[in-house]
Design a protein around this ligand. Structure first.
Ligand SMILES: [Zn+2]
Length: 370
């Protein structure tokens, strides 16, 4: 087995401590007695890789992908330094991609749950009667994946502005159904009005969260709710507003949310909300942009003097633990991303990892998944 040994040395950019990982047969192993035994040695700034905590594998600007296309999307994210994906809703059944060692770890949310004309057409399951939400949540949990994705708010064209999709009591029932079955729940939410009901229902995470304010941030902290802002998609809000000139109140609302979004996310971070990196790849964002999202989070953290090492930890190691993935230890799958420079001191380096290792194999970005 020694001729297949991979050794990864260097520095952990979160702790700035030296690392010395040994890998064989896809997993971390104890260091051998013979330190010269490695067939290959990688050296640099070593992380467990990013979690893209909001990614739509199976969807792109072209619409619903084939399974092969979805695998290619996942591979694009892997090459960019993403070793685990929390899919945040997909119209494609991506369960055949779960457990594939040539793709990031894939943790699925199934279909978006929405109401007619209250989300991107064709993407989710549209419930005519909102009271059917708990039963649909039960079906999605059975479909498997561990997460449920709700659309918490969207434009209501009858009022011309963002509005919640679900009554508070229905949300509470729906979240209880998911929790009883061992699944966690997150929700897309842009505006202010849907947030209190989602938090009161016991939701586990919010996506975007641009409508957060002091009170709802405090409630997130109290309830230990996580936030995935998707800053590189929030950057698209002015374009969403421009495309909605028939709804001036909505357009103004989206522009206002965008204008204060860095401050909103910084306030959540400062208060102690766990904030993770999610690209929202699949719709208006191309797959493979995790470095830009991490750089945007580092920019926001700097507004409050937050150490970039804490941001890197929140988007790699702590995000993994939140999703139930293991830290590097003997017997665990060997997932690592190596950078040529300290990615906190030099965020530009995030865009070009020296090497990505997934399940013990050095990923070749030129290979297509099979
Ligand atoms: Zn999304």
């Amino acid at each position: 087995m020694t001729d297949r040994l991979l050794r990864v040395t260097g520095t952990d950019p979160v702790t700035r401590q030296p690392v010395d990982h040994w890998v064989a047969d896809g997993v971390f192993v104890e260091a051998p007695a013979d330190r010269g035994a490695a067939a290959v040695t990688l050296t640099g700034w070593v992380t467990p890789g990013f979690v893209d905590a909001h990614c739509h594998v199976g969807y792109s600007a072209d619409g619903v992908a084939s399974l092969a296309g979805a695998a290619a999307q996942a591979r694009t994210n892997l090459v960019a330094g993403v070793t685990a994906i929390r899919d945040c809703g997909s119209p494609l059944d991506t369960s055949p991609l779960v457990g594939r060692p040539d793709l990031p770890v894939l943790i699925r949310a199934g279909r978006h749950l929405a109401r007619p004309k209250r989300y991107i057409r064709g993407l989710g399951i549209d419930l005519e009667d909102p009271a059917d939400l708990p039963a649909e949540v039960a079906r999605q949990v059975a479909h498997g994946g561990g997460w449920i994705k709700l659309v918490g708010d969207w434009i209501d064209r009858s009022i011309g502005d963002l509005a919640p999709l679900w009554p508070d009591d229905v949300l509470a029932d729906a979240v209880a159904v998911a929790h009883a079955a061992g699944a966690r729940v997150t929700a897309h939410v842009f505006g202010e009005d849907a947030i209190p009901g989602l938090l009161a229902a016991g939701i586990d995470c919010l996506e975007h969260g641009t409508g957060l304010g002091e009170d709802t941030i405090d409630e997130m902290v109290r309830r230990e709710v996580h936030l995935v802002p998707t800053l590189i998609n929030i950057a698209n809000f002015p374009a969403f507003a421009d495309a909605a000139d028939r709804f001036p109140a909505y357009a103004k609302h989206m522009r206002d949310l965008h204008t204060r979004s860095d401050d909103t996310v910084a306030a959540a971070m400062a208060a102690g909300v766990p904030v993770h990196a999610g690209t929202d790849a699949g719709g208006f964002v191309a797959h493979g942009r995790i470095a830009e999202e991490a750089q945007a989070l580092l920019r926001v953290a700097a507004l409050i003097g937050r150490d970039g090492r804490d941001v890197l930890d929140a988007t790699t190691g702590r995000a993994r633990r939140w999703l139930g993935l293991a830290d590097p230890a003997p017997g665990e799958p060997a997932d690592l991303v190596v950078y040529g420079a300290d990615p906190v001191a030099e965020p530009g380096t995030l865009g070009a990892p020296v090497a990505v290792v997934r399940a013990g194999v050095i990923v070749d970005g030129r290979d297509q998944p099979t």
